[in-house]
Write a protein that binds this ligand. Sequence first.
Ligand SMILES: [Zn+2]
Ligand SMILES: [Zn+2]
Length: 377
Amino acid sequence: MSTDYYELLGVTKEASEGEIKKAFYKKARELHPDVNKAPDAEDRFKELNEAYDVLSDSNKRAQYDRYGKVSGAGGMGGGYQYVDLSDLFGGGFGGMGDLFSTFFGGAAQGRAAVRKEGRDMGVGLRLTLAEVATGTTKEIVYDRLAPCESCSGSGLGEGGSFVDCDNCHGRGRIVTIQHTFLGDMQTQSTCPNCGGTGKTISEPCSDCEGQGRMPDRQKVTIDVPHGIRDGQQLRLHGYGEAGMHGATAGDLIVTVRIEADKKFQREGDNLHTRIEISITQASLGATIAIDGILPKEKVEVNIPAGCQNDQMIRVRNFGLKVFRKESRGDLFVHVTVVIPRKLSKREQELLEELASEFGDSVGGKKRVVDRVRDALS
Ligand SMILES: [Zn+2]
Ligand SMILES: [Zn+2]
């Protein structure tokens, strides 16, 4: 299926970033499955999202312009990770689709001058142990309700202002009188038109329908300090959902998930690793250089003479750097002594000599090849 992304959004190839964004919002409003009940609305909404995903990213757009397509499954290979919010938070917030329902769900309040604070949002961030060791900078891409650019978050269109609500005449409450056989009953309720504020917007911003915020794809760069723990959270103030009509935005809470490492296991700030040594190294002792956790780091492991299989050697200060400190944990090296599976003739002679020195009785069942070789020599 080859669809022209520009055609889908109804813009020209020369369209600016802003024009693309505007066109996307306009079409998304028409096609959002919550609004549009046509059977193909959902598919078309997905296509539209795909088109916006590509055209709103300058790298992907350049690739699309050149080759007519974007490589990589879902176009996620752009050097940043796109965090699916539903991935970690049990579908509590399901990306762009839900973002639009949140937006449209609140649209009834659009004209109302409600100052509602933005909610906190959560995203997950996957790190490797090597990234934890050095600390790193990551770009996070996520969808949120951001302050509307057209009205700077006020919700006011051109010449718009906050005016007294027609429905309640600025009182915020509505009094209804019911005539019953007991007499007149008076009930008060919150005015649905202004949400109880008594104010509405006379000329709401046409882009955000007076909400002061718009669904938007955001990129934020985050400095991850070294030594961070799995499950630890970093809070970015004001990067959560924007508030209505310029009210305070929520925070973005980034939960760190650390991938298992092939070589090192973490235990707090300490690391554990395993190395293989020969029987001679175990018997006579040796100094072995292994790769450390930091880039290009070499660690000298001193194997004592008479080292036993599974022995653990502690190398101080070669563990992880402590969170926000320069001190380091320790590295614990677990030793596997490898018994040779195959010996050359010379090796065998030397070991037999050693065995006789030890007074050991040796000589297992020989393999056929070895018997043949012995017979020939
Ligand atoms: Zn009212
Ligand atoms: Zn606006």
